[in-house]
Design a protein around this ligand. Structure first.
Ligand SMILES: [Zn+2]
Length: 287
């Protein structure tokens, strides 16, 4: 067997909204780390209005600090090299009171939010940028916002008129932008599993037929089955989010592993894929 190609000169930066959003890309990140890729995560908020599974772990006041620490631990389990926070506040689910907090990510000035992402990209200088798809997989307003502003940042990151060197650092253009997502067919299948088992849907208040990405948009389905146990170990570092009564906690091990053993991506901007692109390799054609 030949050793997998190593990519020590390559790097990848995921830009997401909350601690635990990285779970959808953690297996892919691990594979890339083993191949010598430099990896980083940008997290727009500290998940300040998420769950508190156990009142001994955090209070509403301390949850942001606790979840920052949880993300750093979860990232360390995977081996992710850098974690950077943008300093916004979790906006909460659509229609909830935290939407109105002036520090909420969704209330950020768009120019400033894009600027913070531009600065993070210029500092890290990634070959590839990853973020959520435009639905945020299941419609969370912060996921939708981070998609929109990261996409804008990808296209504006080399523009030194808009983002001067003195304030934002030296320009750098990543080669590709991918959206990490779940195919619509898998989301619908997952929702059916929940219904069959009388578990609460995670698709409340949204049209599931608009969530995730249409199957034909997915360019990469990275098989991460060998990393499912490591992914779970990383997920469990998000202790405040481990509520045993959620649908995700109640599905069977088999269903869980089926859903977690593939991570999906869609190339949306930058260098096109070569003919016969390797759908396991986000860097295909670049090395
Ligand atoms: Zn999230």
């Amino acid at each position: 067997m030949t050793a997998p190609t190593r990519f020590p000169e390559m790097s990848i930066l995921g830009v997401y909204a909350h601690p635990d959003d990285e779970q959808g890309i953690s297996g892919t990140m691990r594979i890339l780390i083993e191949r010598g890729v430099r990896t980083g995560l940008v997290c727009a908020t500290r998940g300040e209005v998420g769950e508190i599974s156990d009142p001994t772990l955090a209070t509403p006041e301390s949850l942001g600090d606790v979840r920052e620490d949880e993300l750093r631990r979860a990232a360390a389990v995977i081996g992710i090299h850098e974690v950077h926070f943008l300093g916004y506040r979790d906006s909460g689910m659509a229609g909830s009171p935290p939407n109105d907090d002036p520090r909420a990510f969704i209330r950020a000035d768009p120019v400033e939010a894009v600027g913070r992402i531009v600065r993070a990209i210029r500092r890290f200088q990634p070959t590839l940028v990853l973020t959520f798809d435009p639905s945020g997989v299941y419609g969370h307003p912060d996921h939708i916002a981070v998609n929109r502003w990261t996409t804008e940042a990808f296209h504006a990151v080399a523009d030194t008129d808009k983002y001067p060197v003195a304030e934002f650092g030296h320009p750098f253009q990543p080669r590709r932008l991918y959206y990490s997502s779940v195919s619509r067919s898998l989301l619908i299948a997952f929702d059916q599993i929940l219904r069959q088992q009388n578990l609460p849907s995670i698709f409340t208040g949204v049209d599931i037929n608009q969530m995730g990405l249409p199957d034909e948009m997915i360019t990469h389905r990275v098989m991460v089955a060998p990393y499912v146990a490591l992914k779970r170990k990383s997920l469990e570092e998000h202790r405040t989010q481990m509520n045993p009564n959620t649908a995700l906690a109640m599905i069977s091990e088999e269903d869980w592993n089926r859903i977690r053993s593939v991570e999906m991506f869609a190339l949306v901007a930058g260098d096109p894929l070569p003919p016969n692109a390797d759908d396991q390799d986000l860097f295909t054609g670049l090395h």
